[in-house]
Design a protein around this ligand. Structure first.
Ligand code: GLN
Length: 491
């Protein structure tokens, strides 16, 4: 098989081909680079570190595991020994970690090869990948629009065909929102199912590594290889992760929540149309719709931006010019070294978050802000529990709009924060969420929906995602990976 065919394959088919010997490891790893990347990468700018020599060594050391010969782009906040890890920030310029993140190590054990590092908003703070020190990533479906964020690089790369699987991180939606904007699947697992060891911390109680893929089955394949306890991360859940081998199980007999009060206003009609279409697919395959009223997302936005900034202000204290990466050259004493390094090393959004978080945690305001946010978080968690007592999973928008234009929200932080209104709740509650791409709007932009379920409901969410993937045709449930993917055309 030639690279010209191989780059279009799902990860499952590619690994099958590699194991059967119909395609070599090296050809499989290079297929995306020889195929679509030459055309797309100069404009899209999804990748920030790549090295053909590292890929060649990776291919030579690969094995016949479940991800044999599968190239994977990982977000630049996941530690890799063979590439720099810089979180899209000047302050980590040139930093090379001495170890691999657990999820990276598990990818390698399964036979995958890291094809490069994906662009991101600095320290994963943002919703558009415009706050990267390397410059923005663009949406492959419309180069004037953003790919979403903060994991915009891996999302865009999977969409245009560089690799069938990408890894991002999701603290408040950074996998699910870019997945929706780029028209691919994006899973944020249950908190503690994927190890955070080697994921540079942003909001530790919210962060989860997430998976991008073009097929529901590939999400399951990657989840199976990555999920499970890790002795290096004390917050991973004990006991084995739920099995996802029956990801094509369908939805017969299940009930899905339909919180229509959430999209009464402020949501693009294209998004509402996508929700109706997805609901119809689920109903055709035997699921029942249960209308319910749900807590408006504004509460989640307020709560999240206190908890996440508080945790970030503490997590980012370690970047002081002494231990990692960049150090300001003109500092006479240690205080000036810290101040100058951090002022020049962090971009404006990261500085804004550190200030907000430090303020919320300060002695005089701790009770009014941080503690109140923790109480609100408990309320939000209970709200989800109450909803899942009435339904098996919920259908939600992944974002209130289709991809917006570059520059549209960078001058108004609050507007940017509001684009996460439908994703933040899952991180506050620790539950899994999965973005499912549906089709393209009349203007050629991806439309998607989000599925949310209780803890450890990944198998169920994948079953529902497959039903939407095959457009509610029960006869097409099953394991073929021939489902057509809507490849972007250049505009
Ligand atoms: N966009 C949200 C933020 O800026 C979420 C980011 C994320 O999930 N990493 O904080």
């Amino acid at each position: 098989m030639s690279a010209a065919e191989a780059w279009r394959l799902s990860a499952a088919s590619l690994a099958d081909g590699v194991r059967a010997g119909s395609i070599g490891y090296q050809e499989a790893i290079e297929s995306g680079w020889e195929g679509p990347a030459a055309r797309w990468e100069p404009d899209v700018h999804a990748v920030v570190h790549a090295d053909p020599e590292v890929r060649r060594r990776g291919a030579a050391g690969s094995n016949g595991g479940p991800l044999a010969g599968v190239p994977v782009l990982v977000k630049d906040n996941l530690c890799t020994m063979d590439y720099p890890t810089t979180c899209g920030s000047r302050i980590l310029g040139g930093y090379r970690p001495p170890y691999d993140a657990t999820v990276v190590a598990r990818l390698r054990e399964a036979g995958a090869v890291i094809t490069g590092k994906g662009n991101m908003d600095e320290f994963a703070m943002g919703s558009s990948t415009e706050y990267s020190c390397y410059g923005p990533t663009r949406n492959p479906y419309d180069l004037e629009r953003v790919p979403g964020g903060s994991s915009g690089g891996p999302a865009a790369a999977v969409a245009y065909g560089l690799c069938p699987i990408g890894l991002g991180s999701d603290t408040g939606g950074s996998v699910r929102q870019p997945a929706a904007f780029c028209g691919v699947f994006g899973l944020k697992p249950t908190y503690g199912r994927l190890s955070r060891y080697g994921l540079v911390a942003f909001g530790s109680s919210l962060d989860q590594v997430g998976i991008f893929a073009r097929h529901a089955g590939d999400v399951a394949l990657a989840y199976a290889a990555l999920a499970g306890p890790d002795p290096f991360d004390a917050t991973t859940r004990l006991g084995p992760a739920p099995g996802v081998s029956d990801w094509d199980r369908g939805v017969r007999g299940l009930t899905f929540g339909w919180p229509a009060n959430l999209w009464k206003e402020g949501v693009d009609p294209e998004v509402v149309g996508a929700l109706e279409q997805a609901a119809a697919c689920l109903e055709r395959c035997g699921a029942r719709r249960s209308p319910l009223d749900f807590l408006p997302g504004e509460y989640a936005v307020a709560t999240y931006y206190l908890v996440a900034t508080a945790e970030a202000s503490s997590n980012l204290a370690r970047f002081d010019g002494v231990r990692y990466g960049f150090r300001h050259p003109e500092s006479d004493d240690v205080r000036a070294l810290y101040t100058r390094t951090r002022s020049a090393g962090f971009g404006p959004e990261v500085q804004r978050r550190i200030l907000l978080g430090t303020y919320a945690l300060s002695a005089g305001y701790y009770d009014a802000y941080y503690l109140t946010a923790q109480r609100a978080r408990t309320r939000i968690r209970r709200e989800y529990e109450a909803a899942f007592a009435r339904c098996d999973f919920m259908l939600m928008p992944a974002a209130p709009s289709l991809p917006f234009r570059l520059g549209e929200k960078t001058d108004d932080p609050l507007e940017m924060y509001l684009s996460d209104i439908f994703t933040l709740g899952a991180n506050l509650a620790g539950i899994p969420g999965l973005t499912v791409p549906l089709d393209l709007s009349a203007a050629g932009l991806p439309r998607a929906v989000q599925l949310l379920g209780p803890e450890d409901s990944e198998p169920l969410l994948l079953g529902a995602a497959r039903v939407i993937e095959v457009r509610g045709e029960e006869t097409r449930l099953g394991r073929d990976h021939l489902t057509e993917f809507a490849w972007p055309t250049k505009r």
